[in-house]
Design a protein around this ligand. Sequence first.
Ligand SMILES: NC(=O)c1ccc[n+]([C@@H]2O[C@H](COP(=O)([O-])OP(=O)(O)OC[C@H]3O[C@@H](n4cnc5c(N)ncnc54)[C@H](O)[C@@H]3O)[C@@H](O)[C@H]2O)c1
Ligand SMILES: [Zn+2]
Ligand SMILES: [Zn+2]
Length: 391
Amino acid sequence: MRALVWHGKEDIRCDTVTDPEIEDGRDVIVKVTSCAICGSDLHLFHNLIPAMLPGDVMGHETMGEVVETGRGLNGKLKKGDRVVVPFTIVCGECDQCKRGYFSVCQKSNRKKYLADKVFGHGTAGLFGYSHLTGGYPGGQAEYLRVPFADSTVQKVPEGIPDEKLLFLSDIFPTGWQAAVQADIQPTDTVAVWGCGPVGQMTIRSAILLGAEQVVAIDHLPERLEMAEAAGAITINFEEENVVERLNELTGGEGPEKCIDCIGMESHVSLSMPDTVYDRAKQIFMAESDRPHVLREMIYVCRPGGLISIPGVYGGLSDKIPMGAAMNKGLTFRMGQTHVQRWTADLLRRIEEDQIDPSFVITHEAPLDMGPEMYRTFRDKQDSCIKVVLKP
Ligand SMILES: NC(=O)c1ccc[n+]([C@@H]2O[C@H](COP(=O)([O-])OP(=O)(O)OC[C@H]3O[C@@H](n4cnc5c(N)ncnc54)[C@H](O)[C@@H]3O)[C@@H](O)[C@H]2O)c1
Ligand SMILES: [Zn+2]
Ligand SMILES: [Zn+2]
């Protein structure tokens, strides 16, 4: 089959690889009808997440049709079922899965011993996301093997286009969880850093959850316009001082809720000197992440406020102002999304037309144009916000 394969830093190719096969009774094979490129894939593209190996198949936002089934699915899935495949692989029966903490499932990461060493304790298996999370081949491919399929996939009905459903696999639940875990109150100002696909889903979720005002921060005009169309007030960080503007919008008190939809690769600019410092340390491998936004959020957040972090961090972040965070009494909530906790409810909201996540798509292309589309998405060329690939 054809698949997008990681060969090293900034080197992704569309190769012919071996077709996946059923390896366990709870497996299914999905024939992929649509897949997408995520901001998280860019961290792999830049080789900033450890434990990628040449030959690894990329991709963790995937949907399609079940074409083969294992023998241990307890009648829950059959050939022909239409499914969205969340990026988190979950056993459905361990202690963490039972609590709904799916992204830290204790059983699905077949290389848990690696993550045990790096993080202290292993986390869930993820598709196409390094050997720290199991080294599972991803879904930017013609076919995908889904382990623990009866707990992992979300069945979806016929008659709704892929484009409306695909993002149940990742960015829609991610934006939703980022907003839900911020515990939004009707009087809250919610500030969202980053208006990429995750930021866009977060902004719309915060509005659906009833925030008084949502403020969106980025520097790309087309992304700010999309945020504005949802009802957000926007700040272009290249034209305005983010801290001053946020204080101005909140009577000098700062936003109650701050959400980081950027993560480890904050934009580098001389106007934000700390980002140059982080970039230099990254080059010498003395720091893995560029946490400019974390610093800014801690500084501007209202005392007693909350910081929600869906943005991915990979390893070590320097110069985090813990003094300010501690003395201001801030709460931090973060994590890879517990996707399966939200999919059924969010599917219902799509079916009821509360939201149509396809608004974020700017580019659709065949799978073999994937390598080119990684660059277009990374460089924000052609006003690219979200790419869907068709195998
Ligand atoms: N927690 C999860 O489960 C989960 C799931 C999906 C994605 N993510 C993470 O979410 C993050 C965003 O993903 P995406 O697909 O939206 O990526 P993206 O790269 O398209 O978007 C990032 C946006 O942040 C903006 N930005 C950069 N520096 C900024 C700054 N200092 N201030 C304001 N804006 C700034 C960029 O211009 C860009 O528009 C990534 O780190 C990704 O790994 C996490
Ligand atoms: Zn993702
Ligand atoms: Zn589990």
